[in-house]
Design a binder for this molecule. Structure first.
Ligand SMILES: Cc1cc2nc3c(=O)[nH]c(=O)nc-3n(C[C@H](O)[C@H](O)[C@H](O)COP(=O)(O)OP(=O)(O)OC[C@H]3O[C@@H](n4cnc5c(N)ncnc54)[C@H](O)[C@@H]3O)c2cc1C
Length: 433
């Protein structure tokens, strides 16, 4: 149930050993909600290396390994391991990832965000920030050289600490197009990449269809009745589907039956043409001041998608207005040419997260509703691969097969583009007419 990235990745992997998988989507097009709204930032480890909680980084590295283990037969997957087991990307015009670096712009000890009312407050801020940053750099150093073929590599990398710290990969920032004081930041390359979300989705969807999967669009379930040996899905007053198992991958709809699910709204700004020639993630101790910039492609040239750490809870309109103001100001004070771009627009997308505590949670989650019904949340578009692999293992008690049917490139007219791409296309078509 649900044709976002969680639904298609699960449907695809289950269809590798069954031709009786059906994907239901209530909209006219697949990938049309959160999976279309998102930034297009493929997380491999970098940002998560910043968090104290080891679980996120472990999860992301395991996800990267799951992609290499179970998706390598997709010709457009351009992420591989070299002979030493280190990650490598091939440049490919239509690969899953755009082989373009993401630079981390990291607050140094002179940064304004570390100031405090008194001297001791400032020292405390500097010490705790440096501890965090050194861990971040150490984890990168380890990921850069670690043999990912080793079973325990995701655990080893997440545990790395100051012993692996070195400033070898750190440079002075030098970017045209952003307003920063170079003495307040240093820069380092990460592993994350801009992703071609629709290419990934289309590959998974083609494989699913070639495996005999069925898709029902504009199909909204009304209710489910669980019987002894099957479930009955009521679609409207007369039509039903009988099924052995149901996976709810219905995004925000999961809130109806799972407690502790929170929906956050986050703003993204789209500019055409691109406002900067780099993918940059600015990290400072003040979450409100973080900003990230990714370049994406259109047939007419590159455009920018800008995000931040800002969000508000769905329904809290006061907080949303405030987030919008801060975000607009941050964009204005960071990018030199914001007033000059021909097109800029901000939209809010919805993120669905599960957390028993008042903390954000970026991990994927599988909920057992009964022996026949399950609900899932991917946490991130990027994390849908491990989610699918784990769900396959759970339902089949075995690893998924690695082979897929090769003749991909089926018609993808039922798949939405990313929202940012659609906005740019609309603008380009207005100026062309
Ligand atoms: C602003 C923003 C930026 C983000 N940036 C990134 C990023 O850069 N990288 C990243 O990895 N992640 C990012 N994310 C997170 C990512 O978008 C989500 O984690 C992911 O797309 C969620 O996928 P999903 O399949 O669970 O949900 P969705 O894509 O929302 O899919 C759920 C589907 O279920 C369907 N549905 C609902 N109810 C029913 C029903 N009753 N019957 C049938 N179908 C139903 C919906 O129509 C929808 O298509 C971002 C999110 C936002 C909001």
């Amino acid at each position: 149930m649900g044709g976002g990235i969680a639904g298609i990745s699960i449907a695809e992997i289950l269809s590798r050993t069954s031709d009786k998988v059906c994907l239901l989507e209530k909209e006219k097009l697949l990938m049309s909600k959160s999976s279309s709204d998102q930034h297009g930032w493929f997380h491999i480890g970098s940002l998560y290396a910043f968090m104290n909680n080891e679980e996120y980084l472990k999860g992301l590295i395991k996800n990267t390994k799951d992609i290499i283990n179970y998706y390598s037969e997709f010709k457009k997957l351009n992420m591989t391991l070299n002979s030493k087991g280190n990650l490598e990307f091939n440049t490919s015009k239509d690969g899953w990832f755009r082989n373009s670096d993401v630079d981390y712009l990291i607050a140094s000890r002179n940064n304004q965000d570390l100031t405090s009312k008194n001297f001791f407050g400032r020292i405390k801020n500097i010490l705790s920030w440096e501890k965090k940053i050194k861990k971040f750099v150490s984890r990168h150093n380890k990921l850069r050289n670690f043999d990912l073929r080793k079973d325990e590599s995701h655990k080893e990398i997440s545990k790395s600490n100051f012993i692996n710290y070195s400033n070898k990969e750190i440079t002075k920032p030098s970017y045209n197009g952003v307003k920063i004081d170079n003495n307040e930041f240093f820069s380092m390359k990460g592993f994350d990449k801009p992703m071609r979300s629709k290419t990934i989705y289309s590959d998974l969807y083609s494989s699913f269809k070639l495996n005999g999967g069925t898709t029902l669009l504009e199909t909204n379930y009304k209710s489910v009745k669980e019987k002894d040996d099957y479930c009955e899905i009521l679609l409207n007053d007369t039509d039903t589907i009988k099924t052995k198992k149901i996976i709810f991958a219905n995004g925000a709809g999961i809130k109806d039956f799972i407690k502790n699910v929170t929906i956050y709204e986050s703003p993204l700004m789209v500019t055409y043409p691109n406002i900067l020639n780099k993918n940059i993630v600015k990290l400072t101790p003040n979450n409100d001041n973080t900003i990230n910039h990714f370049m994406h492609e259109h047939s007419e040239g590159f455009y920018s998608v800008i995000g931040s750490g800002l969000s508000s809870k769905l329904g809290d309109n006061e907080s949303k207005d405030n987030v919008l103001k801060i975000f607009q100001n941050n964009c204005k004070s960071f990018f030199k040419n914001l007033d000059k771009v021909r097109f800029k627009e901000i939209y809010f997308g919805k993120k669905v997260e599960y957390s028993a505590k008042e903390q954000r949670n970026y991990h994927y989650k599988i909920f057992d509703l009964s022996k026949k019904q399950f609900a899932v949340l991917p946490g991130k578009f990027s994390m849908a691969f491990s989610l699918a692999v784990d769900l396959y293992k759970k339902l089949n008690n075995s690893n998924p097969p690695k082979n897929i049917k090769r003749d991909l490139n089926l018609d993808n007219k039922n798949i939405s583009n990313n929202k940012h791409y659609n906005l740019v296309s609309k603008f380009i078509s207005t100026i062309q007419t």
